[in-house]
Design a protein around this ligand. Structure first.
Ligand code: FES
Ligand code: FES
Length: 187
């Protein structure tokens, strides 16, 4: 499978979860585990440009697909616009939920480029945060969406990695690279 722009070929046990493969075999510890049961959203990554909870998927199910983790969002040391918005709006405290929140938020604004606060809360209902009370997370997603909408049409803040565009998605200016800690992921 392709992960954050690089191809990997490995043998895994049939029962290996995608999140365990990413963390333990590839060292992508920016993707974290909160519950292991599909409830908290901490492990959210993109599979072919759509958000998925990587504890709810077997690694073999991602075979032949493109996975993007929080570590694949920044470009040449530049934070992805959604990472930047989380940083600027103080949308994290302990940071544990943040990688999953950011991955889910990117998915949310590609589907709904001008979300209301209610849309944002609904779109993030599968991602739990025990610290922030969600207020600044909503603010950050709103800010990222406004920033994307303010850009010229040919430079929209698309947010998905170029190799993981679903049909009909706008062009993205975010290619996989390294992601800093905190906003980039905790591990
Ligand atoms: S660790 Fe995957 S949803 Fe909680
Ligand atoms: S910032 Fe601590 S769980 Fe969300």
């Amino acid at each position: 499978m392709k992960v954050d722009g690089s191809s990997f070929t490995d043998e895994v046990e049939p029962r290996t979860l995608l999140v365990h493969y990413l963390r333990e075999q590839l060292g992508k510890t920016g993707t974290v585990i909160g519950c292991d049961t599909g409830n908290c959203g901490a492990c959210t990554v993109h599979l072919d440009g759509r958000s998925v909870k990587s504890c709810s998927l077997l690694a073999v199910q991602a075979d032949g697909h493109a996975v993007t983790t929080i570590e694949g969002l920044s470009t040449n040391g530049q934070l992805h616009p959604m990472q930047q918005a989380f940083h600027e709006n103080h949308a994290l405290q302990c940071g544990y939920c943040t990688p999953g929140m950011i991955m889910q938020s990117i998915d949310l604004i590609v589907d709904n480029p001008d979300p209301s606060d209610e849309d944002i809360r609904l779109g993030l209902e599968g991602n739990l945060c025990r610290c922030t009370g969600y207020q600044n997370i909503v603010k950050a997603v709103r800010a990222a969406a406004h920033q994307a909408n303010a850009r010229p049409a040919d430079a929209q803040a698309n947010t998905r990695p170029a190799d993981a565009q679903p049909a009909g998605a706008q062009a993205v200016d975010a290619r996989p690279a390294d992601a800093p800690a905190a906003v980039g992921g905790v591990g």
